[in-house]
Design a protein around this ligand. Structure first.
Ligand SMILES: Cc1cc2nc3c(=O)[nH]c(=O)nc-3n(C[C@H](O)[C@H](O)[C@H](O)COP(=O)(O)OP(=O)(O)OC[C@H]3O[C@@H](n4cnc5c(N)ncnc54)[C@H](O)[C@@H]3O)c2cc1C
Ligand SMILES: NC(=O)C1=CN([C@@H]2O[C@H](COP(=O)(O)OP(=O)(O)OC[C@H]3O[C@@H](n4cnc5c(N)ncnc54)[C@H](O)[C@@H]3O)[C@@H](O)[C@H]2O)C=CC1
Length: 499
C-alpha cells in the first residue's frame, strides 16, 4: 500500500548513525538488496568501521571513521540516510516523526541512538563531558588555556585523559581506592601508576586517520560546555588527533584523590565569600602547585579538600538516549536507563529492536559475558539485531551470535596493550574464586580469575601473547586444577601445553 503524501514508508528503519546503527543498516542492506533501508540520524556524519580485524575467536579490532552519509549510500545504494533527529515514536501505529516535520512508517525498527555523558552537576558551565567530536574539540580548546583541571570519574575516559594530558595539572578525584575500577583491580592499578609519574616523550601530534570535516563549517565560539547536539561517540584513538596540552611546560602532573566524590562546585565569587567564613584553600599536596592565583571555579570534595581549577571534566559514565522514544510507548527500561532487549535484540514492544549503547541486555547471558558500553559490543549488537530482524521477517529461527559467548575487549591504557576477558574482575563470582598473578614491573601484568579449577576471566597488560590461549581456556571451561600455578609459569610455553 502506498503511503499518504508527506509520509514515507520503509520495511526497515534504523535510528542512529553511530557504529550500532550503521552496522545494522549495512547488514539489512546486504540481506535485503531490493528493499530500501532508511537510516535516520541526528548527526551530519555517520560512523564507518574500517580495517576490521578478527584478532581471535571473540577479540576484534577496527578503526572508526567519521564519513559523510553519501559515502555509505554509495557503498549500499539501497540505504537512504535521512539526516534529522527523531522526535517522537508512535509504536502502536508503527510511525516515527522527525525534527524536520516528516513522518515515516516502518514494519521493523531498530533503535540505535546511543548514549550521552552522565554529568555530575549537569548544567554547570564549568563541567565538561566528552562524547563526540564537538565535545572533544571543546575540551581541547579549553585545555589549551588551562593550568589546572579536575577530572572526576575512574573509567575508560578518565584513564585515557590523565595519561594523555600534558602541561596542565590534573587533580583526579575517584570514588574508589585504586585507579581504573571499571577495567582493573588494585594490583593492576599499582602496575600502571608509575606511568603517570614518568616523563613522557613529546610525540609529534598528528592525525593518525584522515578525519572528515564538514565543508564550509566555521569554527564557532563555544562556551565552556559543548553543545547539546547528539553526535556519535568517538572512535578508537580519538585523542590522537587532538593536542591535549595545557599552558605549562611539564608533562604529567597528576594528583590523585581517592575515596571521594564532588560535594559542591563554587564559582570564584562564592569561594571568596566562603573563604571569609569557613572554607580554606588546599594545603600542601603531592603534585599540586601552591595556589597563588584565584581560580575560575573551586571543587569541594567529600573528603573536605577544595581545589581551584580552570574547569572540571566529568567522566562519570553514560545514560542511554531513550527520551524521544519513551513518550506514549510502554518500553521496559533497565536499571541503567536503557531499553531492555531479549536474546533477539527485541525490545518489549512489537517490531522494535535496539542495539548498542541505548540498550540493556536483558537475556540470561553466558556465564562469562556481560554488557559494557563499548564499540565492539555496539558493532556486534547492530550486526546481530539486523540478523534477528531478517530472521523474523522471513519466519526463520536464529541462534545467539557467538560474540556473546565471551566478553572480550582489547584496548590501550597508559600506552600498554590491555586485553580483558570474561569475568576479568571476578564480577558476580562472589568470594568463591581465586586469583593468580604474574607481574614484571614496567613490562607485563597477567591476572587470571579461577573458579572450581576453571578459568573465568583474565586481565592481560603488555605484550603477553596469552590472549588466544586464555580465550580458549575460558571458552572450553577445561578443568585446570592439575596445572596449578604452572598456568602462569613464564618458563612453560602454555600454548604447547594445551595443544
Ligand atoms: C571518549 C570516548 C572514548 C571511548 N573509547 C572507547 C574505546 O577505547 N573502546 C571501546 O570499545 N569503546 C569506547 N567508547 C565507547 C564507544 O564509543 C561506544 O560504546 C559506541 O560508539 C556506541 O555506539 P552506538 O552506535 O551505540 O552509539 P553512538 O555512537 O552514540 O551513536 C548514536 C547515534 O544516534 C544518533 N541519535 C541520537 N539521538 C537521535 C535521535 N533522537 N534521532 C536520530 N538520531 C539520533 C546520534 O547522532 C548518533 O549518530 C568510547 C566512548 C567515548 C565517548
Ligand atoms: N579504552 C576503552 O575501552 C574506553 C572505553 N570507554 C567507554 O566509553 C563509555 C564512557 O566512558 P566513561 O565516562 O569513562 O564511563 P565508565 O562507565 O567507564 O566509567 C565511569 C566512572 O565514573 C565513576 N562515577 C560514576 N558516577 C560518579 C560520581 N557521581 N562521582 C564520581 N565518580 C563517578 C564510576 O565509578 C566509574 O569509575 C564507557 O562505556 C566506557 O567503557 C571510554 C574510554 C575508553
Amino acid at each position: 500500500m502506498a503511503a499518504a503524501p508527506g509520509v514515507a514508508r520503509s520495511r526497515f528503519v534504523v535510528v542512529g548513525g553511530g557504529i550500532a546503527g550503521v552496522t545494522c543498516a549495512e547488514k539489512l542492506a546486504m540481506e535485503f538488496p531490493s528493499e530500501d533501508i532508511f537510516l535516520m540520524t541526528a548527526s551530519p556524519v555517520i560512523k564507518a568501521i574500517t580495517n576490521f580485524k578478527q584478532v581471535s575467536k571473540t577479540l576484534e579490532e577496527f578503526d572508526v571513521e567519521e564519513q559523510p552519509s553519501s559515502l555509505l549510500e554509495k557503498r549500499y545504494p539501497n540505504i537512504k540516510v535521512i539526516q534529522s533527529g527523531v522526535k517522537q515514536l508512535k509504536s502502536d501505529d508503527h510511525k516515527i516523526f522527525t525534527e524536520d516535520g516528516k513522518e515515516y512508517i516502518y514494519e521493523k525498527l531498530c533503535l540505535c541512538a546511543g548514549a550521552k555523558p552522565k554529568l555530575i552537576f549537569e548544567g554547570n558551565p564549568y563541567v565538561l563531558g566528552i562524547r563526540d567530536t564537538d565535545s572533544a574539540q571543546a575540551f581541547q580548546k579549553n585545555l589549551a588555556q588551562a593550568e589546572r583541571i579536575v577530572v572526576v570519574g575512574n573509567g575508560g575516559i578518565a584513564l585515557e585523559l590523565v595519561y594523555e594530558i600534558q602541561g596542565c595539572e590534573v587533580i583526579w578525584a575517584i570514588k574508589d581506592k585504586a585507579i581504573g575500577n571499571t577495567f582493573f583491580d588494585a594490583g593492576a592499578a599499582e602496575f600502571l601508576i608509575p606511568k603517570l609519574t614518568a616523563e613522557k616523550r613529546e610525540t609529534p601530534i598528528e592525525c593518525k586517520r584522515t578525519k572528515y570535516t564538514m565543508e564550509g563549517s566555521e569554527e564557532k565560539e563555544r562556551s565552556l560546555a559543548a553543545s547539546d547536539k547528539l553526535g556519535s561517540a568517538l572512535g578508537p584513538d580519538w585523542h590522537e588527533g587532538l593536542h591535549l596540552k595545557g599552558t605549562k611546560e611539564f608533562c604529567h602532573k597528576v594528583h590523585i584523590e581517592i575515596l571521594c566524590e564532588v560535594k559542591k562546585i563554587h564559582l570564584q565569587q562564592e569561594f571568596i565569600q566562603l573563604q571569609r567564613t569557613s572554607l580554606t584553600f588546599p594545603k600542601e599536596e603531592k603534585n599540586v602547585e601552591p595556589d597563588e592565583v584565584l581560580w575560575p571555579v573551586y571543587v569541594e570534595l567529600t573528603n573536605g579538600k577544595i581545589y581551584g581549577c580552570d574547569f572540571i571534566v566529568s567522566a562519570t559514565g553514560v545514560v542511554p538516549n531513550v527520551k524521544p522514544f519513551l513518550h506514549g510507548n510502554n518500553f521496559a527500561v533497565g536499571e541503567d536507563g536503557g531499553l531492555k532487549v531479549d536474546k533477539h535484540m527485541h525490545t518489549s514492544l512489537p517490531d522494535i529492536y535496539a542495539a548498542g549503547d541505548i540498550c540493556t541486555a536483558s537475556w540470561q547471558p553466558s556465564p562469562v559475558w556481560h554488557q559494557m558500553r563499548l564499540w565492539t559490543q555496539a558493532r556486534q549488537m547492530g550486526w546481530y539485531a539486523a540478523k534477528c530482524m531478517a530472521a523474523d521477517t522471513l519466519g526463520e529461527s536464529i541462534d545467539m551470535d557467538f560474540s556473546f559467548e565471551l566478553f572480550a575487549h582489547v584496548t590501550k591504557f597508559f600506552n600498554y596493550k590491555v586485553v580483558v576477558l570474561g569475568k576479568y574482575n571476578a564480577q558476580g563470582l562472589g568470594l568463591d574464586h581465586e586469583l593468580m598473578l604474574r607481574c614484571t614491573k614496567g613490562q607485563e601484568y597477567v591476572k587470571v580469575v579461577m573458579q572450581n579449577g576453571r578459568m573465568m576471566g583474565a586481565v592481560l597488560i603488555g605484550e603477553t601473547d596469552l590472549e588466544e590461549t586464555f580465550e580458549n581456556l575460558i571458552l572450553n571451561q577445561m578443568d585446570l586444577s592439575a596445572y596449578g600455578e604452572d598456568l602462569l609459569n613464564p618458563d612453560i610455553d602454555i600454548e604447547d601445553y594445551f595443544d
